[in-house]
Design a protein around this ligand. Structure first.
Ligand code: ATP
Ligand code: MG
Length: 370
């Protein structure tokens, strides 16, 4: 999959840009605060996902403007498709079309245009709280099967409802018997979600190990483990089974007294986490800056590779400032890993060269492509 054309108007500091990117390498060069990350963010918006910077949509419209407009074309394994995207600041309205057909929201785009993005903030995947890792894992799972997102939504809604009931009981407005109806449904959804995440990590972990081995020249071994908030000492079966759901339900019921006291569900898939180790030691506690960054980068490259294997086409890879903190040999190896994919790489280093003799150099200055 690759982006063949992009035009954006009043996207952050990008007043008006027009671009026909290279199907492989695109090196975005410019000094600080010129609009490099903004350009990646504009491309990312075409996936229908929230900004990777976590901002509100209307913040993407230029400060002194009312409307942001974008149009883009991309080619997947079958055909060329067209997206238009507009955001109006004051009404907070957005208008999206796919091949001329208006869409209600961005979720249809998600199944059509796929990116994997790496930014320096992704070290928070290593250093931050478990919810960052769960969000990442869920996005990965949804990328290879959008229906997985429905399981997650159902699980999240049921958890919210169960937590409300827990607090009501805690406040004296109900009895533990009121939990039964929620526990039964949550056990089904929780078992399903745990299974989806576990299955993904089974595929993901060996790819991460291999890629990390490549970028460290075999000197360091990375392991990725799924830490289930429910099935710690339980052998996960090939498919979701009734005993698996029963186990979830039993454990939920057993923790109900604690949960009523706490006011939230303290076990289950809402407590899942990922654990990363280099040479057997948790990266979070013992990794250097460079190791944390390399680990985060490898997670994203592995995400791209799993997508490619499962969908038969590559996602577009957006690498924001990947050069900093990575030594030259790691940078070269990163290039070699993404060479089959369309990649956009930003850098402040004017002297940076493309990872191959092909490709396009995009110089950005003050929100304009030179
Ligand atoms: P760095 O190398 O420091 O990461 P960059 O080239 O990636 O720099 P961007 O993050 O793309 O820089 O931001 C460029 C500029 O866009 C910033 O100066 C920022 O203030 C500006 N900016 C952000 N949001 C808006 C907006 N809504 N309207 C106008 N300008 C904006
Ligand atoms: Mg930037």
């Amino acid at each position: 999959m690759h982006l063949t054309g992009l035009e954006a108007e009043h996207f952050r500091n990008l007043e008006h840009i027009q671009l026909e990117p290279d199907p492989r390498y695109n090196l975005i060069v410019g000094q600080n605060a010129q609009g490099k990350t903004n350009l990646l963010e504009a491309i990312w918006l075409l996936t229908g996902c929230r900004s990777f910077r976590g901002v509100r949509e209307r913040d993407l419209v230029s400060f002194d403007q009312e409307v942001m407009r974008m149009q883009a074309a991309f080619r997947d394994s079958r055909r060329e498709q067209h997206i238009t995207y507009a955001i109006q600041k004051s009404s907070r309205e957005k208008k999206i079309t796919l091949n001329g057909v208006p869409l209600r929201g961005g979720s249809r785009l998600f199944a059509q245009f796929q990116c994997v993005v790496f930014t320096p903030d992704d070290t928070m995947l290593i250093k931050g709280l478990p919810d960052k890792r769960r969000n990442f894992l869920d996005l990965c799972c949804a990328q290879i099967r959008p229906k997985n997102m429905d399981v997650l939504r159902r699980f999240e809604n049921l958890t919210i409802q169960r937590n409300q009931v827990l607090r009501s009981i805690g406040a004296g407005n109900g009895t533990p018997l009121d939990l039964a109806i929620w526990d039964a449904q949550l056990a089904v959804a929780g078992a399903h979600l745990s299974h989806i995440r576990h299955s993904y990590v089974q595929r993901f972990a060996p790819v991460c190990a291999r890629l990390y081995n490549i970028i460290t020249g075999g000197r360091e071994q990375l392991t990725v483990e799924y830490q289930s908030g429910m099935y710690r000492d339980y052998e996960m079966p090939e498919t979701v089974t009734e005993p698996m759901q029963d186990y979830y339900l039993r454990k939920l019921t057993m923790s109900s007294t604690d949960d009523i006291r706490l006011g939230y569900t303290s076990i289950g898939a809402s407590r899942d986490d990922l654990l990363f180790k280099i040479n057997g030691k948790p990266v979070r506690d013992f990794g250097s800056q460079g190791q944390k960054k390399s680990t985060a980068l490898v997670l994203k490259l592995a995400q791209a590779e799993i997508y490619r294997h499962s969908q038969g086409q590559s996602p577009v890879v957006l690498l924001d400032d990947v050069m900093g903190e990575l030594d030259k040999s790691r940078q070269e190896l990163v290039y070699s890993i993404v060479q089959e994919m369309q990649v956009f790489i930003t850098t402040c280093n004017e002297g940076a060269v493309l990872g191959s003799d092909r490709g396009m150099r995009i110089t950005i200055e003050n929100g304009k492509i030179l």
